[in-house]
Design a protein around this ligand. Structure first.
Ligand code: GCU
Length: 337
């Protein structure tokens, strides 16, 4: 593919250098002879569905390619925060990563559409939209000029607001409350409209920030709330269910294109299997997390969904404002049951 701009060539040189360096060190990310181990950066724990599904993907790849390709998942933000990691994948320092859609909207605003409340009704709906190549292929390909290939998406499930002060029922209850958001325009505006004061911050900093009172709360799914132990420092979980979030698995384009065709096909096949496993795990682990959290003292409460829906309405108009965005939005909504 020759659609990349010049800076991607620099990326390619950097990637080659890094691969050579890590091969010398014999570490992960190494390309030695016919075998290659790709490092995949993840900001979740080893118990999170993304770790489990992608770790299995790596092992299956190793088997199916007779050791030509494997993937090592590095959990807990050890390779960097998502905002940095996306840059590292672009320049080839790290080969693969899981990044939230909120990071990709900073590279191409068209990704904002999938980060909006009201676009996906459920995990199943979200996955059916992503499975339709005609909806996502141009969007995904748009990052190749930055040397980033999007393999596809993994659900973040339904996100809700939690905090340490008390239950939230309506937007007015969030007045004056500092709520952590991902580093994204859509997320900032979203929390403002929901009534809170948005504070952007990396995922790994949220626990300490809540513990020390720098922020009052955050928004996420039950699985991350539990695996990150946020329940220890914010026990009120108000099921705003304001959006179904989306992560993407990205790979450095030079690394991807340098693979032999059979290895690339194996990667595609194992990726498809990983998405399936992830979605099934997601639904199961969400139920389990909910039950465990209830036992451990989290106070769940329902909210006035209509009041939040009404507050959030202007968001769609603001962020779906080009022909391309409208096309993506319409395709997503048309797939809703
Ligand atoms: C979810 C998502 C992560 C993201 C995190 C966040 O857990 O899976 O990719 O980083 O939310 O709120 O930052």
């Amino acid at each position: 593919m020759n659609t990349k701009k010049n800076f991607a060539v620099l990326g390619s040189a950097a990637a080659a250098m890094m691969l050579a360096l890590s091969a010398c060190g014999g570490g992960a990310g190494s390309a030695g002879g016919d075998s290659q181990t790709l490092r995949l950066a993840l900001n979740q724990t080893e118990t999170h569905p993304s770790y489990v599904a992608l770790d299995n993907m790596g092992q299956n790849l190793d088997k199916n390619t007779e050791g030509k390709l494997s993937v090592d998942v590095h959990a807990n933000e050890t390779l960097g925060k998502q905002k940095e990691v996306i840059q590292l994948v672009s320049d080839g320092t790290v080969e693969m990563a899981v990044v939230s859609g909120t990071q990709l909207e900073n590279l191409n605003p068209d990704f904002q559409v999938f980060n909006l409340p009201g676009v996906f009704d459920s995990v199943e709906h979200q996955m059916s939209v992503l499975a339709d190549e005609s909806t996502v292929s141009d969007l995904y390909a748009s990052l190749e000029e930055r040397n980033i290939t999007v393999l596809g998406g993994l659900t973040q499930g339904t996100r809700s607001i939690y905090n340490s002060n008390g239950p939230i029922n309506k937007p007015q209850d969030l007045a004056g409350m500092k709520i952590r958001v991902q580093e994204s325009d859509v997320q900032m505006k979203m929390i403002e409209l929901m009534g809170g004061a948005p504070t952007p911050m990396a995922f790994g900093e949220v626990y300490t920030a809540m513990q020390s009172g720098v922020i009052d709360g955050a928004e996420n799914n039950e699985i991350s709330y539990l695996t990150q132990k946020h329940n220890e420092v914010a026990k009120f979980f108000s099921t705003t269910n304001h959006l179904v979030g989306l992560d993407y698995v990205v790979i450095n384009t030079d690394v991807y294109e340098a693979m032999s065709e059979d290895v690339r096909t194996a990667l595609r096949e194992q990726w498809a299997a990983a998405v399936e496993e992830h979605t099934a795990l997601w639904l199961k682990q969400t139920d389990e997390a909910h039950a465990q959290l209830e036992t451990n003292g989290t106070k769940f409460n329902d909210v006035d969904e209509q009041a939040f829906d009404a507050a959030l309405e202007p968001l769609i108009k603001q962020y779906v404002d080009t022909e391309v965005e409208q096309r993506i939005y319409d395709a997503a909504r048309a797939a809703a049951k």
